[in-house]
Ligand binder design. Structure first.
Ligand SMILES: [Zn+2]
Length: 322
């Protein structure tokens, strides 16, 4: 309610008045720039790789007027929640992957097989990171699943173009030595990616923009080198992966993931709404997480659950697809 009021009256309000209303001037500016009521993001999976946490693994769906437009990651369990969210494969503009750990990519073959029973006729681009010596690039990863000598050769028509549509893998630079923002116009949206640090694994954070509105998904990252920072500034929603607690003694985990205070530092660079996701059992103490984040960031903070639906414009949860 407050945010709607701010939007209608922000032109007339002084910055001081905005602070008195409890909303930072920066957050109000970001909110006012967003001129689209039709964009929503659905958390298809708010968990990591664990199978005893009551959560699907990672995935997000960007919708426009309730229609599926972009998938960002598609881990185990997300295909069921895509269905619950009313997602239709025919409506998707592109798939975007942060990296190819199992918890971010495992439901992809289910989506490609299911598309056989859809009426999709448009080619489907799949954007994801370049590879290195420990993990294949997007194009090789897709070939190893759907190529004629891949794991699912019976689906190879989707790669060869002999099916009703073709999947088109596209490698996006994930080299941290050359961390440049990738930007692509796709059906009226601007899609951006930035290389991020996730141990030795080439990985990307993603930003989807339209009509002054934007959603950023951090991917899994320790944010060494701070490459994520530039992507988050001025975003309506920043979805950040909270896989480790603030005082973790697990050196491997902290090499791969951000601490809550680091998430707070990034959010404080300029987002209207911070949404935490990719929880693990070790990071399930939300009270401690919230306290650590608040040392750096005092804006809107929400803890995602599977099937939560958020308005991009307001950054608020507006429903559930379960
Ligand atoms: Zn993960």
């Amino acid at each position: 309610m407050l945010v709607h009021f701010i939007k209608k009256t922000s032109v007339a309000l002084s910055m001081g008045a905005m602070f008195l209303l409890g909303l930072s001037a920066h957050a109000a500016q970001i909110h006012a720039q967003c001129q689209d009521d039709d964009l929503t993001v659905v958390v298809l999976g708010s968990g990591g790789p664990e199978l005893d946490d009551g959560r699907a693994s990672t995935g997000y769906l960007i919708q426009e007027q309730g229609k599926a437009r972009f998938l960002i990651d598609f881990g185990a369990g997300t295909s069921l929640n895509f269905e619950r969210a009313g997602g239709r494969i025919e409506d998707l503009y592109a798939l975007l992957f942060s990296h190819y750990h199992v918890d971010h990519s495992n439901d992809l073959p289910a989506l490609i097989k299911a598309s056989f029973f859809s009426s999709r006729s448009q080619d489907l681009p799949i954007y994801g990171p370049t590879g290195n010596h420990i993990i294949p690039s997007t194009s090789v990863f897709i070939e190893r699943q759907f190529g004629q000598t891949g794991a699912y050769p019976y689906l190879s028509d989707f790669l060869s173009g002999d099916a009703n549509f073709a999947i088109r893998p596209i490698d996006v630079n994930a080299d941290l030595k050359h961390p440049q923002i990738f930007s692509k116009q796709i059906n009226g949206f601007t899609v951006k990616a930035m290389p991020i640090s996730h141990g030795l694994l080439p990985s990307l954070a993603w930003r989807i923009e339209k009509n002054g509105c934007s959603v950023v998904v951090s991917g899994d990252t320790s944010n060494q080198g701070h490459t994520l920072d530039a992507l988050v500034k001025g975003s309506n929603i920043f979805i950040a992966h909270n896989a480790v607690p603030e005082h973790s003694h697990d050196n491997v985990a902290t090499h791969l993931h951000m601490t809550p205070s680091e998430i707070g530092r990034i959010a404080n660079l300029g987002t209207n709404s911070l949404v935490l996701s990719h929880f693990m059992k070790r990071s399930q103490d939300h009270h401690h997480t919230q306290n650590a984040i608040k040392t750096q960031y005092q804006g809107k903070l929400q803890f995602a659950n599977d099937c939560d639906i958020y308005s991009v414009k307001t950054g608020d949860k507006i429903g559930q697809c379960l």
